[in-house]
Design a protein around this ligand. Structure first.
Ligand SMILES: [Mg+2]
Length: 144
């Protein structure tokens, strides 16, 4: 199987933590912050990098957590917002897979090969990843 480049969303290319009162709203099970979060990067440039990767034979994946204190209804609402965010801000990107999973789930379980790549702002996720893992700040530097 071709290698997959996986991307976390929140804090990696989605500025969830830049939304005013994001934590209070998540605790209240309000999905709004996921909808109104701004991109952390130039999305046109990011989309071109993703397209180049895909044409180079890499698969493109999202692996993103749901909110910490959640229930089935809130999980559904947050999943909907995350998918809508991707459609709105990266409309031309053809993701090979999109994994929206429970908060805290080990991300390495979703890797397909031990040479898959992860971009993630959480050190713990990078540390447990079996392939190559980069911090969010390295995104443009690594992808160009
Ligand atoms: Mg993150």
């Amino acid at each position: 199987m071709n290698r997959t480049v996986f991307f976390d969303m929140d804090g990696t290319f989605v500025d969830l933590y830049g939304v005013d009162n994001w934590l209070e709203q998540l605790i209240d099970h309000d999905p709004t912050p996921y909808r109104i979060a701004e991109p952390l990067l130039d999305m046109d440039r990011f989309a071109r990098s993703l397209d180049r990767l895909q044409r180079g034979g890499f698969r493109l994946g999202i692996v993103s957590w749901l909110a910490k204190n959640s229930d089935a209804d809130y999980d559904t609402a947050v999943t909907r917002e995350k998918l809508a965010w991707l459609k709105k801000h990266l409309p031309g990107v053809k993701w090979d897979e999109i994994i929206i999973t429970s908060f805290g789930n080990a991300k390495e379980q979703f890797a397909h090969t031990d040479r898959d790549i992860l971009f993630d702002d959480e050190m713990k996720n990078r540390g447990s990843w079996t392939g190559i893992a980069y911090d969010a700040g390295d995104l443009i530097g690594v992808l160009g």
